[in-house]
Design a protein around this ligand. Structure first.
Ligand SMILES: *Cc1c(COP(=O)(O)O)cnc(C)c1O
Length: 402
């Protein structure tokens, strides 16, 4: 049996007609830049997230870049972020001439650890840190209650890299009450990516910045059109970071299926959980399964009392299903030899990247390095069949027992 890491073709059977119709509509309109398709999708996604403003941009990377530009991040500034993410999180900071400062991750969630952030912030005597950039890795939110508390204490803006976590919910505790809040809506702004492998993926690149702040939304709109306001009058230097109307039209079609896809991914995660436990591999400590820390039926999970129906259902949207395993690299080679798709997200921690030069790489972030050495992502896409999952688990068991 062949099991791909991701199979986008299966969606086509039910999406093809509506997607073609959407693309045709854009072509027939000959409104090739901005226009009603972009504006409509911006409204749809803002409503889905429960915020006032959504601004479409050219990619998740550009969503992060333009948000950092809107905050005025530049040379001499530092941005506090995680050492364990996709490169873009750190790349945008470096491109602006600023310096990423890392706080190591929580080994359970793989997300930035607020206890370490607290130490880093306390040590920033010159107040060089100008923003906090947490990442909701793999589809589960970082510990935003603690992060927002620190941000308030140090008066710092928070931009959420929610590229992997669109629709993921988090029980945000502001000290008075707990509100289930969607990824990207808790900080000043949230950044999404519509890269095809994300839970909401386009047929090319795309991204969005969401915010509750009208002034910030306006700034983003101006920056994504070369800083022009009005047209041809440039009060500042921006760029071309516009969302393509064809992507917007297709994404509006796909957004209608997003909740059902999240749910299918969660069901797949539950099935893996049962299969791996049954295999004995968990008991024998050959692997550690992903842990959904905000799941309400966890003993330590938060209660959903007083919340609207369904709130907290998306405690994890499993953009990736990532486990820690013994003998990782040999397992990857074995699975590939068995036609089972898998990937390493990510083989290096950010501070280990060569482009940083020797300065940062002398620092060590042991949990990020351990995650980079021990983790593997398995197929989790919504249309993955139960037979395929059983096969994946069987082949992993075979690897350890042979
Ligand atoms: C995908 C991703 C990005 C970048 O998004 P693009 O649309 O590919 O530019 C940024 N951060 C994280 C965590 C991502 O997973």
């Amino acid at each position: 049996m062949k099991v791909p890491l991701l199979d986008l073709k299966q969606q086509l059977s039910y999406l093809r007609h509506d997607m073609l119709e959407a693309v045709t509509r854009v072509i027939d309109s000959m409104i090739c830049i901005q226009g009603p398709e972009v504006a409509g999708f911006e409204q749809d996604l803002a409503a889905y997230c429960g915020v006032d403003y959504g601004v479409g941009v050219s990619s998740g990377t550009d969503a992060l870049l333009v948000s950092m530009m809107a905050l005025g991040i530049g040379p001499g500034d530092q941005v506090l972020t995680t050492p364990y993410s996709f490169f873009a999180t750190m790349g945008v900071v470096l491109r602006l001439g600023a310096t990423p400062v890392f706080a190591d991750i929580d080994p359970v969630t793989f997300n930035i650890d607020p206890r370490v952030m607290e130490e880093v912030l306390a040590g920033d005597h010159e107040r060089k840190i100008k923003a906090i950039l947490p990442v909701h890795l793999y589809g589960q939110c970082a510990d935003m209650s603690a992060i927002m508390k620190l941000a308030g204490q140090y008066n710092l803006p928070v931009v959420e890299d929610a590229a992997q976590a669109i629709g993921a919910e988090y029980p945000l505790d502001d000290g008075v009450k707990v509100t289930w809040s969607k990824a990207g809506t808790m900080g000043l702004a949230g950044c999404f990516s519509f890269f095809p492998s994300k839970n909401l993926g386009g047929i090319g690149d795309g991204g969005m910045v969401v915010t509750q702040n009208a002034v910030f939304a306006d700034k983003i709109r101006i920056l994504l059109n070369h800083g022009a306001s009005p047209k041809y009058y440039h009060g500042e230097v921006g760029g071309n970071f516009r969302l393509d109307p064809i992507q917007a039209a297709v994404l509006a079609v796909k957004l209608k299926f997003l909740e059902q896809w999240h749910q299918a991914r969660r069901e797949n995660a539950d099935r893996y959980q049962a299969l791996f436990v049954e295999s004995g591999l968990v008991r024998d400590k050959l692997l550690v399964l992903p842990h959904a820390v905000y799941r309400a039926d966890n003993e330590a999970g938060p209660s959903r009392n007083g919340e609207q129906k369904g709130a907290g259902a998306n405690y994890h949207i499993y953009n990736q299903y990532v486990l820690r395993v013994k003998n990782r690299d040999a397992l990857v080679a074995w699975l590939r030899s068995q036609d089972i798709g898998c990937e390493i997200y990510y083989p290096l921690a950010l501070h280990q990247q060569k482009c940083l030069g020797p300065n940062l790489s002398v620092v060590s972030f042991p949990e990020a390095e351990r995650a980079a050495a021990e983790t593997i992502a398995l197929p989790i896409f919504p249309e993955l069949s139960a037979d395929m999952q059983a096969y994946v688990v069987e082949k992993i068991a075979e690897f350890y027992r042979q």
